[in-house]
Design a binder for this molecule. Structure first.
Ligand SMILES: C[S@@+](CC[C@H](N)C(=O)[O-])C[C@H]1O[C@@H](n2cnc3c(N)ncnc32)[C@H](O)[C@@H]1O
Length: 220
């Protein structure tokens, strides 16, 4: 099937797959398939590997990732999702914070070919270490899978510009293995929602990401 744009800027589809336009043609990041059409190379974006792709597959509509967006990404891992944001925000910046040295090595390698990725080895619970280096951003994205995930998100909120959008990928099993995931998601919403923080979406990411939900908010 022909490759065509989707309603989400910078995201394409060939029917079965979501795709992003490869910023570094000829290379894959995590073994994903690639296809070329009209001289342009695209990478498959796997919803089982990336919570942001799962968000789209599950009907998510909030999409602030413009070509020139600035993103503060907490819990970058080896860069699976970061790499697709690097494709989408090709003229922007993705400041990718990761605490594990092992994963950070992969991030460094990713950033070699992608000038819009800025890898930062640091603890997202201590934004005072990197916040001023990154500056105010248009999107805050967090996927740390930690018990104190809401507190970490709140600490970093000051670096989001007014009008900016924040994504908190909530892992239910990080909070309380006995509690129902749906009550954990609602708890997270209650903790985050506030006078200057409006909830735009709360979306369960099954079947692509079990026991995960995306909380999407806007800073007023
Ligand atoms: C689920 S993985 C991230 C996957 C990645 N977001 C993706 O979609 O490609 C969670 C990552 O958060 C990192 N992490 C956990 N606590 C952190 C913290 N306090 N600061 C920064 N990174 C953290 C872990 O080392 C791990 O790599």
């Amino acid at each position: 099937m022909a490759i065509r744009p989707t309603e989400w800027e910078g995201v394409y589809t060939d029917g079965p797959w979501l795709l992003t336009r490869n910023l570094v043609p000829g290379t894959s990041v995590y073994g994903e398939g690639r296809s070329v059409e009209g001289g342009v190379e695209y990478r498959r974006w796997d919803a089982n590997r990336s919570k942001l792709a799962a968000y789209l597959r599950c009907g998510g509509r909030v999409w602030p990732f413009r070509e020139a967006a600035s993103v503060l990404y907490l819990g970058a891992g080896s860069g699976t999702t970061v790499s697709h944001l690097s494709d989408v925000c090709s003229h922007g910046t993705i400041a990718a914070v990761e605490i594990s040295r092992r994963s950070f090595r992969d991030l460094l390698k990713l950033a070699e070919g992608r000038p819009n990725v800025l890898p930062i080895l640091d603890d997202a619970a201590k934004p005072e270490g990197y916040g001023s280096r990154v500056g105010p951003v248009s999107v805050l994205y967090q996927d740390v899978a930690q018990r104190d995930q809401e507190e970490i998100f709140q600490k970093n909120f000051e670096w989001l510009r007014p009008g900016g959008v924040g994504y908190l990928m909530i892992k239910a099993r990080s909070e309380d293995v006995a509690a129902r995931p749906s009550s954990i998601y609602e708890d997270a919403r209650r903790k985050i929602e506030g006078a200057d923080i409006k909830v735009l979406d709360l979306r369960v990411l099954a079947p692509y990401q079990t026991d995960h939900a995306a909380l999407v908010v806007q800073k007023e």
